[in-house]
Ligand binder design. Structure first.
Ligand code: G3I
Length: 367
């Protein structure tokens, strides 16, 4: 049996195991049931390794109606060499999601990070368009009809680089200019016309001057794309929040979300987690403060009908990217997600359930 077939079968069997062995989260319906009643999708990023852990697979299956591969669909893993593509892990993860009736987000087709070494040394202004277009046609084409939404371009705005439009310095901007973004969206639309094509970025959530400047730059980017007829249909707000002793405020986010609605864009909360690095060491206190932030933030964004999906960047604390990002001074592991490392529901899970249960139902349309 070829390795690919083995992985497909194993993903399917994990799926079956998950369906059989789902640990019941006590006293609450699953997130996906609560969200489904509101025509909202809720889910998480996951990795191939997490999928292979039966108890983790079971929890993901139980709680999520939409999934996203944390890393397996990025440039480096999918095109490790110019003439070689690798999809075994991503294929198995898509099979897993389909086996559980879950939608799949694609992440991502164009980014300044996680590019393979060959790209940085091979790309020139003369071949860049063909390299980007071919990658997108191959990767998005492979999953045509299977992807709910693609993060076509990720994190293209970085005001500190002081480029026109606030664009981030990247291998793409350097070799193609600002037109790389429209090129990427048009290639994605050609590869998978049924996917919701999304621009995804971070640092737009809080009431803060720098985040307001970023929101304005993102609006400018989206308006420019729309003016040129580029097929961008959604904004992904990553929502990597940081908890402080004085909770952040999200009042300015309402105006931003209204502007996006006026443009006819859907909004996805694509990578939510809460960095507790500045919170006290006491776990119970930290968990309560993190839960408060989940509640405040989700109440804010779910007040807007065009917010159609909420995904956390992982479902359980074990393996969160945040442990390597500004580690806590006391050396403790961070606790950013709805479930702890032992897969026990935390106050943040209850906060998510409450915010979803109390939010208005999304109007009936394609999610
Ligand atoms: O798979 C290789 C492994 O073979 C190798 O031995 C190991 C050591 O070099 O690296 C492994 O790849 C790592 C990968 O995660 C899988 O674990 C990469 O080095 C590492 O850079 C990568 O980090 C990811 C990061 O994006 C960069 O791609 C994080 O897991 C992931 O959580 C993070 O997610 C990003 C979103 O894509 C975009 N938004 C921000 C978010 C957080 O940074």
């Amino acid at each position: 049996m070829r390795r690919r077939e083995f992985l497909q079968i194993s993903a399917g069997s994990i799926a079956v195991t998950a369906l059989r062995g789902i640990p019941q989260v006590p006293e609450r319906p699953a997130l996906r049931e609560l969200a489904g009643a509101k025509n909202l999708l809720v889910g998480s990023a996951f990795s191939f390794a997490q999928m292979a852990r039966p108890e983790m697979a079971a929890l993901l299956a139980q709680q999520c109606s939409i999934m996203v591969c944390e890393n397996e669909l990025k440039w480096g893993p999918t095109q490790p060499e110019r003439d070689r593509y690798e999809f075994e892990h991503a294929d198995a993860m898509v099979v897993f999601a389909e086996a559980h009736g879950q939608k799949v987000r694609g992440h991502n087709l164009c980014w300044h990070q996680s590019n393979p070494a060959w790209l940085e040394t091979t790309i020139t202004p003369g071949n860049a368009a063909a390299l980007l277009r071919q990658h997108i046609l191959v990767v998005a084409g492979r999953y045509r009809g299977k992807i709910h939404s693609w993060d076509v371009v990720n994190e293209a705005i970085h005001l500190e680089d002081q480029n026109a439009g606030g664009l981030r310095n990247s291998v793409w901007l350097k070799n193609l200019g600002e037109g790389y973004i429209e090129l990427a969206f048009r290639a994605a639309a050609e590869a998978d016309p049924g996917a919701i094509l999304t621009y995804n970025d971070f640092g737009m959530e809080h009431d803060a001057p720098d985040q307001e400047r970023k929101r304005n730059a993102v609006l400018g980017l989206l308006r420019g794309l729309r003016a040129r007829g580029a097929p961008v249909q959604a904004l992904g707000i990553q929502s990597h929040l940081t908890a402080h002793l004085v909770p952040p405020r999200f009042h300015e986010l309402h105006g931003f979300l209204k502007e996006l609605g006026k443009m006819g864009l859907r909004v996805f909360i694509t990578e939510m987690d809460v960095d507790d690095r500045d919170l006290p060491a006491d776990v119970a206190k930290r968990d309560r403060m993190v839960a408060g932030l989940y509640r405040d933030y989700l109440r804010t964004v779910l007040a807007h009908d065009h917010v159609r999906a909420v995904l956390t960047w992982g479902l359980a604390d074990r393996g969160t990217w945040l442990d390597a990002y500004h580690p806590r001074g006391d050396g403790q592991k961070k606790r950013p997600l709805p479930f702890d490392a032992e897969l026990h529901a935390k106050p943040a899970f209850a906060a998510m359930c409450e915010a979803i249960a109390e939010c208005p139902a999304r109007s009936e349309e394609r999610v």
